[in-house]
Design a binder for this molecule. Structure first.
Ligand SMILES: [Zn+2]
Ligand SMILES: [Zn+2]
Ligand SMILES: [Zn+2]
Length: 415
C-alpha cells in the first residue's frame, strides 16, 4: 500500500522523478490502521452487494440545460427557440419540474415529463428533436450509480474528493485535511463507485467517487453524524447510507431524534487538524448535518480529524493546502513557482501577489515577502526603486529625501 500511496502523491503533487523521499508514509498508514481498526471490525473497506442506481436531483441537469439554452445552443437552434426553452425551464425550476406550470396557450402540463412537455414549447420538429436529445444527454450524465462502500482505507481518505472537485481534492486548499481524517478514530468515507478502480490519472488505479459523504461516529459508537454530501445532495443516497450504518453499528439506536443539536458541543475539530469542518463552518448549507441522537443520554462528542504530519518528515503541517511541512516545502521548493516564491530575506514562502522586487547591495533584484518589504526596505524618492536596507541611502542637504547612489550622483552633476 505504501508504494501506491507514494505514487499517488508524487503524481498528484507533481513532485517529478527525483523527488525527495516520502519517508513518513508507512508510519501514517500504520497510525491510520491503528486508529480505525475498531470502526469496520478490522476491515479496510466494506462494499455492499446491491447495485444502486439513482437519478441525480433534477436540479443538476436543469441548471446545465438552462445554461446551455442561454449560452451554448446557437449551433443547434435559433435564438427565439433558445429563449423559449430558457424561459420554460426557468419557470419550472422552482418546483423541480414536479408540477409543470402552464405554458402560454397550453394550460395543463402538470405531471408531464419535462422532455415531453418541450413539444408544447418548440414548434419546429427538428429543433424539438435536437433539444430533447440534449436534455436526455444531460439527464443521462446526471445519473449516479455504483456500489456503496464504507471505507477506512488510507487511499480513500486521500481521494475523498476525486474526481470531482472540492477543497479536499488533491489540489484543493484543504488537502492537508485528508491526512487529518486518516489520523482520527471517528471518520469513515462512504461513497458510490464502480466495483473496480477506474481512476488511473495519478498512476495508482483507485475508486472514482461519483458521490460521497463522510460518516463520523463517536468513541462509544452510539452517536453519529453524516457530513455534507459531495458533489451534490441526494436524499435517497443519504437514506441508504443511514440504513447501512445502522446495520454496521448496532450501538446506533432506533430511538433517535432529528433535532439539530449544539454544533460546538458535539462536533469538535482536533486542535492539529487542518480540515474544513462543514458541520460547523459551511456557510452555504445552513443545515448540512444529519443529526441523530439518542433521546435519553448525552453522547460523547465526535472529534473530527487528528494530527496532520508531513508526508516527508512527520513534523506537523501548518498550511492546509499542502501535504508537507513548511521546512520540507522550503528545502525542496515544493510549491508552484508561478504562484509562490521564497523570500530572499527571511526564507519564507511568499505568494507572488504579496512579493516585491527589491534591489540588493550587488544591484540584483530579489523577492521579498510582504513582511520583509515593510520592515527591511526603503524607496528612492527620485527613481522610486525599492532597495534593501543594506544599500546605502544618500541624503540631500536638507536631509528630507532619500536617494539611491545613482540618483544622488545625477543630482550632484546637475548642480
Ligand atoms: Zn516535513
Ligand atoms: Zn521575508
Ligand atoms: Zn534612485
Amino acid at each position: 500500500m505504501r508504494e501506491e500511496f507514494e505514487t499517488l502523491i508524487i503524481n498528484s503533487q507533481e513532485l517529478g522523478g527525483n523527488s525527495p523521499s516520502l519517508g513518513y508514509i508507512q508510519e501514517l498508514i500504520d497510525i491510520c490502521a491503528e486508529r480505525k481498526q475498531k470502526l469496520l471490525g478490522g476491515k479496510l473497506r466494506i462494499t455492499f452487494p446491491e447495485y444502486i442506481k439513482i437519478d441525480a436531483p433534477a436540479k443538476i441537469w436543469q441548471d446545465k440545460m438552462i445554461e446551455w439554452a442561454r449560452y451554448d445552443s446557437a449551433s443547434l437552434i435559433d435564438r427565439d427557440t433558445a429563449m423559449d426553452v430558457y424561459d420554460f425551464l426557468n419557470l419550472n425550476r422552482g418546483s423541480n419540474f414536479c408540477s409543470i406550470e402552464s405554458w402560454r396557450s397550453h394550460p395543463n402540463l402538470k405531471g408531464m415529463k419535462v422532455t415531453k412537455a418541450l413539444k408544447y414549447v418548440i414548434d419546429d420538429p427538428r429543433s424539438l428533436d435536437l433539444v430533447q436529445q440534449k436534455a436526455s444527454t444531460f439527464i443521462q450524465n446526471g445519473k449516479t450509480e455504483g456500489y456503496l462502500t464504507f471505507s477506512v482505507h488510507p487511499l480513500d481518505y486521500l481521494t475523498i474528493s476525486e474526481p470531482f472537485h472540492s477543497c479536499h481534492s488533491l489540489n484543493g486548499d484543504y488537502r492537508a485535511g485528508n491526512i487529518s481524517y486518516m489520523t482520527d478514530n471517528s471518520t469513515i468515507v462512504c461513497y458510490l463507485s464502480s466495483k473496480e478502480p477506474t481512476m488511473t490519472n495519478y498512476g495508482t488505479p483507485w475508486y472514482a467517487k461519483t458521490w460521497r459523504v463522510l460518516f463520523h461516529i463517536n468513541e462509544d459508537g452510539d452517536f453519529a453524524v453524516i457530513n455534507r454530501q459531495y458533489p451534490f445532495e441526494c436524499p435517497d443516497l443519504l437514506a441508504i447510507v443511514e440504513e447501512k450504518a445502522k446495520e454496521l453499528f448496532k450501538g446506533l439506536r432506533e430511538d433517535w431524534c432529528d433535532d439539530l443539536i449544539d454544533k460546538t458541543k458535539y462536533f469538535k475539530t482536533h486542535e492539529s487538524a487542518l480540515l474544513y469542518n462543514d458541520l460547523r463552518r459551511s456557510p452555504y448549507y445552513p443545515h448540512p448535518i444529519h443529526t441523530r441522537m439518542p433521546l435519553d443520554k448525552k453522547p460523547k462528542p465526535i472529534v473530527l480529524g487528528g494530527p496532520t504530519p508531513c508526508l516527508m518528515c512527520g513534523d506537523d503541517i501548518y498550511r492546509e493546502d499542502s501535504f508537507f511541512c513548511d521546512e520540507c516545502i522550503r528545502n525542496y521548493e515544493l510549491f508552484n513557482h508561478d504562484e509562490y516564491c521564497l523570500c530572499s530575506s527571511c526564507g519564507d514562502i511568499s505568494s507572488r501577489e504579496d512579493t516585491s522586487l527589491v534591489i540588493d547591495e550587488n544591484g540584483d533584484a530579489q523577492d521579498y515577502c510582504y513582511n520583509c518589504t515593510n520592515n527591511y526596505t526603503w524607496i528612492c524618492d527620485c527613481c522610486n526603486t525599492m532597495f534593501s536596507d543594506e544599500v546605502t541611502i544618500y541624503h540631500d542637504k536638507d536631509g528630507i529625501n532619500d536617494y539611491c547612489r545613482e540618483c544622488w550622483e545625477d543630482l550632484c552633476e546637475d548642480r
